[in-house]
Design a protein around this ligand. Structure first.
Ligand code: ADP
Length: 204
């Protein structure tokens, strides 16, 4: 029941979006972007990102799902890492997962509203996760919608931080990555990603 990377469709940029895009077209990058709707623990990929908490010892949501699927050895390795600061990322093996690595990052808690600090922290999660991936020669990475579950970051704002940070990292390091997958779990998030992708990865 694992999902091989070849089965995840590359997103097709839509020609002439309704709004002016924020970045120039770069066809090389378009071929690296995917939106996958489903369970991140099923992806056969170099690295999946975990929306963890500061303890790195497991929690609810996607974190719980990743630990359940990976098995107890993941928690064992995580407990040797001495936690993780908000906005930082730490990498482990994937153990029972089809993914080779898990990159644990800690998103900001945004229940008190989103300010500059929360925005910066969320961007750091995406950027530091991509750095951890490329530092370990992982060429394909899947992200969940960090902070938009239990941590309360409004998904319609988080999508822009996610897309902008990935676009900027790919602009600088496109040679190091083949695929970046936005793994959406809720229909609302799928809609938000498909709606906003053309602003960051514009079509012809
Ligand atoms: P956070 O604490 O950072 O908000 P959550 O795990 O609560 O993290 O939610 C982050 C996102 O992960 C939410 O959009 C949630 O729907 C999604 N999610 C939950 N389970 C999975 C899964 N198995 N695969 C992918 N995404 C998931």
């Amino acid at each position: 029941s694992f999902v091989p990377l070849e089965d995840v469709e590359v997103w097709t940029p839509t020609a002439g979006g309704s709004k002016p895009s924020y970045y120039d077209r770069n066809e090389k990058l378009d071929q690296k972007i995917c939106v996958y709707s489903g369970d991140i623990t099923k992806l056969e990929i170099d690295a999946i990102v975990n929306a963890a908490n500061n303890s790195l010892l497991g929690g609810g949501g996607v974190d719980g799902a990743i630990h359940r699927a990976a098995g107890p050895l993941l928690k064992k390795e995580c407990s040797s890492l001495h936690g993780c600061e908000t906005g930082q990322a730490k990498i482990t093996c994937g153990y029972g997962l089809p993914a080779k690595y898990v990159i644990h990052t800690v998103g900001p808690i945004a229940q008190g509203g989103v300010g500059k600090a929360e925005q910066t922290a969320l961007r750091s999660c995406y950027r530091n996760s991509l750095i951890a991936a490329t530092d370990n020669a992982a060429r394909s990475v899947a992200f969940p919608c960090i902070s938009t579950g239990i941590y309360g970051y409004p998904p319609e704002q988080a999508v822009h931080q996610a897309l902008a940070t990935v676009r900027e990292y790919l602009d600088e390091h496109h040679d190091k990555l083949d695929r970046v997958i936005f793994c959406v779990f809720l229909p609302k998030d799928k809609e938000l990603y498909l709606q906003n992708l053309p602003l960051y990865f514009p079509g012809p």
